[in-house]
Design a protein around this ligand. Sequence first.
Ligand SMILES: NC(=O)c1ccc[n+]([C@@H]2O[C@H](COP(=O)([O-])OP(=O)(O)OC[C@H]3O[C@@H](n4cnc5c(N)ncnc54)[C@H](O)[C@@H]3O)[C@@H](O)[C@H]2O)c1
Length: 452
Amino acid sequence: MNRRRRFAQVGLGGRHVMYRDAVVNDFAGTCEMVALCDSNSGRLALSIEQIKQKFNQNVSGYLADDFDRMVKETKPDTIIVTTKDSLHDQYICRAMELGCDVVSEKPMTIDAVRCQKILDTQRATGKSVRVTFNYRYSPPRAQVKDLLMSGVIGDILSVDFHWMLDIHHGADYFRRWHRNKENSGGLLVHKATHHFDLVNWWLGTVPETVYASGHRHFYTPETAKRYGLKHPGPRCHGCAEAEKCRFCLNMENTGSMKELYLDCEKHDGYFRDMCVFSPKIDIEDNMNVVVSYRNGVKMSYSLNAFMPWEGYHISFNGTRGRLEHKCEESVYVSGDDSVQGALKKEGTWTKIYPHWKPSYGVDVWAGEGGHGGGDELLLKNVLVSDNVPDKYMRAADHRAGAWSILTGVAANHSIKTGLPVRVVDLVSGLDEPNYAPMPTSDEPLTMVLGNT
Ligand SMILES: NC(=O)c1ccc[n+]([C@@H]2O[C@H](COP(=O)([O-])OP(=O)(O)OC[C@H]3O[C@@H](n4cnc5c(N)ncnc54)[C@H](O)[C@@H]3O)[C@@H](O)[C@H]2O)c1
């Protein structure tokens, strides 16, 4: 029997369960979880107990200070990093220095200095870093890639991309560590890394210059007042206005939040339910970005975090026509046991508008489960079949992880200074990722004569 690939995971919050259960159970034929690590002893004990109860297995647990000892004692091949964003670089680099490969959640990291550290450590150690961009794997997004690769709209010249976070999921970023840039890089890094990665991958290119503006106008003390909330407390738990506030998160009876967060706060003071209207928040809730890409494409992008529906609308404008794609996602709050990014069929469509001919819709490739079916396919690819050839080249390494955050990092600089930012000035020694070939631009165009 072949030796199983040995994994350890650091960061045992909401996102870790998907990886843990896949390694411990779904892909147990080829994978094994040898250790878990977290700074919170409550969440560490909880996950170990859940593995025992659900799968009748024992896994060793280590506190964050013992990360090096964990690697030396349990000898994992690969470390899965699912801590908060600002700590990714620390674990990615240390794992590689200790001889491990890495699978990291997005964003790979939150700023240029940390990004450079990862690039330098990867080069020095030669280890592999996979960044888990699940959206690339979801069938409707892979279909968009397929259509663009087919040349149906010719060479792409510009893109209009607008992402909506609704008042359930959007608000959730203003309750915990994501609400401060020092932890998450703000939504242009934490969230938009997905979106900017999709565009890099869809177009097969990388960003060159970025100009942005950003504001927080909704999640503010003034909005609380306009909702009639006179004295909102610092957090929902125990807040005198809880009964009156639709944004209140009751961890006592919302999914698995009580055991995962409320019961564990005594160990480290991590509150999952801070007030979304707090003056201590420093991330934006409305952002607009203009990006020029190396292949000449221009993009206008917006992200709003207080919308009545969740999802996005994107249009690719090409020399042969326009492709429009809309995805509407279901309501989700991390840890409430709902499925993140599940697609609403009626709100998801793709339409081609060719020049000179009538427009038509395409049958959207179906995807079910987390992130439009992307989570399941991603896990299979990352954990068991990362060497299988893929027409769309969906596997993302440290280069894709870096390029995906650098649009947001540049946008953050631009918001501060009011000036455009050149992405290549942010880090050095970063190559373009490998992309699937796009159609060439010198094929003749044809016109249909007469009225259409
Ligand atoms: N791809 C996706 O769609 C997706 C979805 C959700 C989350 N994520 C990513 O997953 C990561 C985790 O998010 P989450 O929602 O699980 O957050 P979380 O707050 O629920 O969990 C973070 C965990 O990290 C632990 N931690 C904090 N400091 C630590 C330290 N110094 N050492 C070790 N562990 C430490 C915390 O105790 C906690 O258990 C984030 O990077 C997030 O961006 C990705």
